[in-house]
Design a protein around this ligand. Sequence first.
Ligand SMILES: Nc1ncnc2c1ncn2[C@@H]1O[C@H](COP(=O)(O)OP(=O)(O)OP(=O)(O)O)[C@@H](O)[C@H]1O
Ligand SMILES: [Mg+2]
Ligand SMILES: [Zn+2]
Length: 464
Amino acid sequence: MREKLKTIYICSECGETSPRWMGRCPSCGAWNTMTEDVVAQPSGGSSLKGSRAESVLGGAGLTAGKLSETSISEEQSRIVTHIHELDRVLGGGIVLGSVVLLGGEPGAGKSTLLLQLCGNISAHYEVLYVTGEESVRQIKLRANRLKVPQENIWLTAGNDIDAICELIEQKKPDLVVIDSIQTMHCSSVASSAGSVSQVRECSSRLLNVAKRLEIPTFIVGHVNKDGAIAGPKVMEHIVDTVLYFEGDKTLPYRILRAVKNRYGSTNEIGMFDMTTQGLQEIDNPSQLLLEGRPLGISGNSVCCVMEGTRPVLSEIQALVTKSGLSTARRTSSGFDYNRANLLLAVLEKRAGYFFGNLDVYINVVGGLYLSETSCDLSVCIALLSSLLDKPVGDKTVAIGEVGLGGEIRNVNSLEQRLREAQRIGFTKAIVPQHSLRQLNLQEFQDMELIGLNYVRDAVRALEG
Ligand SMILES: Nc1ncnc2c1ncn2[C@@H]1O[C@H](COP(=O)(O)OP(=O)(O)OP(=O)(O)O)[C@@H](O)[C@H]1O
Ligand SMILES: [Mg+2]
Ligand SMILES: [Zn+2]
């Protein structure tokens, strides 16, 4: 019997279906998320939901085992890729049976990273690389360029998810790469590849195989205009780990970030440099971020943020100029706009520096987004430096949170941050006064530590 096709609308956030288009999803309340889809049965919603409820780990005749009697060792449970930046973001390697979604903009380097990963582990593991986007020859070209060892990498070009799952079951590789989920197609879903229901169905089938056979699986997902992974948010819910590969044409490097990780911290970032030989790890990001920093110019200040467990030095620039407009312009890139306004207000009220009729621009160099309050002091110093046109010392770093009372507050991991600054060659650090007592001063003998109580004393950071 031929099934009748029917057009429905599916919310890409929560998966709610509706026979009509709606501006707002009735279930989760998100705007503009209902996308058109085609399903085979009139009761499309229920068939989709049914497939989602399909058993992943075990079907009928379910039994239970004791947690204490389930034995695994730490080495057995993870594949270490020896791409340190990737291992760290994953939480120490790839967990067996985990499904990792790798999202990123076109050209960010998703395929490159995964091919390098395959090559790196191929000495000990068999890998199956499924491409739905490129031909086998194109992958081969890339592998040659990247000088990836090719012995244990199996390659196939295809789109049919059932055939792919069958191949995985048959071959039982140690790792599977699917590039990309938007090109995969399942014949039991009527809509075209890349639609919400296709993406959901295909990923749930892959998940099923991955969990059952304990094969770690990397799935590439494209991102849409808004920067979210195209396809339903529910996909992010079913996979174990969601990584984003952020790469900008204007940035000299790419950042790999975990936005969800069932087996590791989501604070860690990995940094890579895209070269002709592929992605190179950046193990000294501070050096890179401070490269080419203008010296002896007012408005520049250096802070130190914790990117996960790693301290990273970053440069903050401020420019304060006379406004030509009736309302002064304020912009902030790489630093929270509201926080910047708050700090300006604190500087006015608690330290007596007026920015009222002045344009203020704040910029974090290098494309990092500084969300930590430990940069407050550094931002204030950059602002004062520009306002008074007095440069901050080239070898000065400032770390501290600024409260509404103008007080400088402690930050976590101060020693670690100072150690990083010392390593890069900084000789002067402006820190909260309270923290000085807790520091092991022996360790920072070749560093001049200046403790501040109030933001009005921040001018002490300036030269001249
Ligand atoms: N010969 C080369 N030398 C240096 N960089 C290159 C070279 N060839 C490709 N690249 C880089 O590789 C990037 C593309 O990498 P890759 O194909 O892995 O991206 P992707 O995220 O998989 O993209 P897509 O979403 O289109 O599949 C390009 O943006 C480019 O910067
Ligand atoms: Mg690709
Ligand atoms: Zn919804």
